[in-house]
Design a protein around this ligand. Structure first.
Ligand SMILES: [Zn+2]
Length: 332
């Protein structure tokens, strides 16, 4: 998979929610040969235009990630940390993290704290120093750290950190490259601060003012061991066409069009229903007077952990479906 190198580049780009500057610059560079115009807004959303004569179609993927933020530095040199976004603190224990300035730490907790009783407020960062003064030379209050984990391929699966949502950023970039003369007026939007409440997508959708929108994101796979069947999509069964989650009920005509496009092009798809959780589609569909919105998901096991797992066939299906949908003329 030639895209693995690009994915590695996207995953390595620093970009916890609220500090997406570095990843934004990486994506800008990758998008430059394919976009007619690239702009950023006040929030930091990156908007790549590809002009066409049809209706306005916004294709979005969030580029921010989860992380940890330094809240306090103890005399001992340990730093207290708060979780940026939603993830279980137990899954972070004894994992390495890195800061944008290169400082590294391991996530720890007070001795004797049982993993299943661990609260986000228990998390500490061991920066490898033994005094407050030494720690303050490495990090400041408010600095964010991200998971420092490898990306690798095993069989037909890809495993690594931040596949949510750098994989969808890759899907958007691939689509941008494939659409030479678009049938619709396209805005590829790489949003900020999704993990802390879809904040970037709100302002981006208002500014872009699209007729239609498709959000690409990862969706929790329902085939992890002991899955509780609160979702419907599984790894390896194709692109997940969102029907609903707890933030959006997708426009039935857009859902139908995605399913029909998949059928016409022989792209494997599955219907995606999610009882809990949502994506940027939740705020985009309610922007201004409303936007005809759909979503394409890539099923992911171990979502919001430092080792997320997806099927390579599902990535290809998602990219094929997004390109095919964007390339059919929508009704204005
Ligand atoms: Zn996501």
């Amino acid at each position: 998979m030639e895209s693995l190198d690009t994915l590695q580049m996207l995953i390595s780009g620093f970009g916890p929610a609220g500090a997406e500057g570095e990843i934004s610059r990486i994506i800008q560079k990758l998008a430059a040969p394919w976009a007619d115009e690239i702009t950023t807004d006040v929030m930091g959303n990156l908007i790549c235009r590809k002009r066409g004569n049809g209706p306005r179609l916004m294709l979005s993927a969030h580029m921010d990630t989860l992380g940890l933020v330094v809240t306090h530095i103890e005399d001992s040199g340990y730093a207290n940390a708060a979780v940026l976004g939603k993830c279980s603190p137990a899954l972070l224990l004894h994992r390495p993290v890195k800061f944008q300035n290169g400082a590294r730490a391991v996530v720890t907790a007070p001795e004797g704290t049982e993993a299943d009783k661990l609260k986000p407020s228990d998390l500490l960062l061991d920066l490898g120093v033994s005094s407050k003064a030494a720690a303050e030379k490495l990090v400041k209050i408010g600095d964010a750290a991200v998971w420092d984990a490898p990306l690798y391929r095993a069989g037909n699966k890809v495993m690594g950190p931040y596949l949510d949502n750098r994989l969808s950023c890759l899907v958007l970039l691939k689509t941008m490259k494939r659409l030479a003369s678009p049938q619709n007026d396209l805005s590829f939007v790489f949003t900020v601060q999704e993990e802390v409440g879809n904040r970037g997508a709100k302002t981006a959708a208002w500014a872009v003012d699209p007729d239609y929108a498709i959000t690409v994101d990862l969706t929790p796979a329902d085939d992890a061991a002991g899955a509780k069947h609160q979702g419907s999509s599984i790894c390896g069964a194709g692109a997940a066409v969102k029907i609903l989650d707890d933030a959006v009920i997708c426009d039935p005509a857009v859902v139908q069009r995605l399913l029909q496009t998949a059928k016409d092009n022989g792209i494997p798809v599955q219907r995606d229903v999610l009882a809990k959780g949502g994506t940027d589609a939740g705020v985009i569909h309610a922007a201004r007077g409303g936007v005809w919105t759909g979503g394409i998901g890539i099923p992911c096991r171990y979502l919001h952990t430092p080792t997320e797992l997806v099927d390579t066939g599902d990535i290809i299906a998602a990219a094929d479906l997004l390109a095919a949908f964007a390339n059919t003329r929508l009704e204005g």
